[in-house]
Design a protein around this ligand. Structure first.
Ligand code: PMT
Length: 422
């Protein structure tokens, strides 16, 4: 059996310029003969850099095996809303939040009818209602079924509900008839998936906005081989950059040293120290609508960085003293500008988190602060999940612990709301 860790290990290295690189595609497969193309579709999506989680209906299992789909996707196939083990690993709401796109291919006449009626009687239909990601349907069926008024009604309803429809191809069909109803080839569906994702961004709540984000740690040199830093991995800042891009913003990410690939479609400026980060921000912030400081910036740096490696000093009785000087406060400097962008900061706290964050928001002049209590296990520094609390003038919101992607989408919605009020 392949687990999700293996899936990541076996994943092809995506071309960072691919619009599907690192995007999360939930691929629904329902029970039509075109499901024989689904393993190939999974391969093509993964070749384009996407991560693919397959969800099948009961009917799909008659046409394509879970073993095949698991082998090509690198992830166990999900099919059952009531599977306690699968739900414990990633609950269906979490799965719905994980998705950047729900692609259902093939979508049979029966599935279209259930989707059009808004049913949630199996995992796939439930995910469609639970996800906020765009939905792309690739209907495939016999030509008479495709042309039937009931199917036409269902398609019209689904389009009115905001689903994107991949028009079926014309041609000879497995049933011996000729006409429209064939599922488009996997390559065409991959191209449509990319177009659907960029189209969703073009209609997003931050379309036309410019956003500057900082992420990761800073490194403050002691000498040529040593530095002071912290545990920030950059995951939260990179996830926010991707969420802002998906909401239609033009994003510049000023990043300290991290081991993450640049999110496709985001301009990354690599920096090392707090002073570098401060300069990079000052050079770019004037024409921004929003500044988001996610970076864990070192408050202090060594007063001087030695130009040669420091040697042990045996005469000092086992101690060594470093003199530190204060770094510029990057977010406070942005907030002090006139005119200024909407200013969002983060607070990493270990105790009295809310009280400290409320005070920090006021002191640094932030419009919104996002606080995480980094003393909690499995959130904050380095983790894939976070539990945050949002505080702005006149409002607060506590979020459940969830993936940094999902946290970021909610923060972006809050930012869009605050921008709209300005
Ligand atoms: O990168 P990950 O591993 O995903 O971890 C995410 C995170 C824990 C780093 C992130 O969620 C977070 O909390 N980032 C802020 C960390 C931090 O430095 O908090 P702070 O309370 O020390 O700083 C408050 C704010 O001031 C932050 O927006 C920070 O960017 C900013 N700051 C701090 C010092 C300074 N000299 N200049 C600043 O702009």
């Amino acid at each position: 059996m392949t687990d999700q860790t293996d899936a990541k290990k076996d994943a092809p290295i995506p071309d960072p310029r691919s619009p599907l690189a690192h995007r999360h595609i939930l691929l629904g497969v329902s029970g039509g003969i075109a499901a024989y193309k689904s393993p190939w579709l999974v391969r093509r999506l993964r070749d384009a850099g996407a991560e693919v989680q397959v969800v099948t209906t009961r009917g799909a299992e008659h046409f394509v095996t879970a073993t095949t789909l698991q082998a090509v996707s690198g992830r166990p196939v999900r099919s059952d809303l009531w599977d306690p083990a699968a739900e414990a690993a990633m609950g269906h709401i979490e799965l719905a939040r994980w998705a950047d796109l729900l692609l259902i291919a093939p979508a049979t006449a029966d599935l279209l009818a259930r989707l059009a009626a808004g049913r949630a009687d199996d995992l796939l239909t439930t995910l469609r209602l639970a996800t906020r990601a765009p939905v792309l349907l690739a209907p495939a069926m016999n030509v008479a079924m495709w042309e039937h008024p009931a199917t036409r009604r269902n398609i019209a309803q689904l389009a009115a509900d905001g689903c994107h429809i991949a028009e079926p191809d014309q041609g000879p069909m497995a049933c011996g008839e000729f006409g429209p109803g064939r599922m488009p080839e996997p390559e065409a569906l991959v191209a449509l998936a990319a177009r659907t994702l960029s189209g969703a961004a073009a209609r997003g709540p931050l379309r036309g906005r410019r956003i500057l984000i900082t992420a990761g740690p800073t490194r403050e040199a002691i000498d040529p081989v040593r530095y002071i830093s912290n545990h920030s991995s950059g995951k939260q800042g990179y996830a926010l950059a991707a969420a802002a891009r998906d909401a239609g913003a033009e994003v510049v990410l000023v990043s300290g040293p991290v081991a993450l690939p640049a999110p496709p479609g985001v301009a990354v400026v690599a920096v090392t120290s707090a002073e570098d980060m401060h300069r990079a921000v000052q050079q770019r912030v004037a024409d921004c609508d929003v500044y988001i400081g996610v970076a864990a910036v070192a408050d202090y740096r060594p007063a001087t960085a030695a130009d040669r490696k420091l040697k042990k000093q045996p005469d000092r009785a086992g101690t060594m003293t470093l003199t530190l000087v204060e770094n510029p406060d990057i977010v406070a400097a942005v907030a002090a500008r006139e005119p200024r962008p909407l200013v969002v900061g983060f607070a990493a706290e270990t105790h009295d988190a809310l009280a400290h964050a409320r005070e920090k928001r006021q002191r640094k002049g932030m419009d919104l602060i996002v606080v995480n209590d980094v003393s909690e296990a499995d959130i904050g520094f380095g983790s894939d999940d976070n539990r945050v609390h949002l505080i702005w003038e006149g409002g607060e919101r506590a979020l459940e612990k969830t993936g940094k992607d999902a946290v970021s989408r909610i923060i972006i919605d809050q930012i869009a709301e605050l921008l709209a009020r300005r």
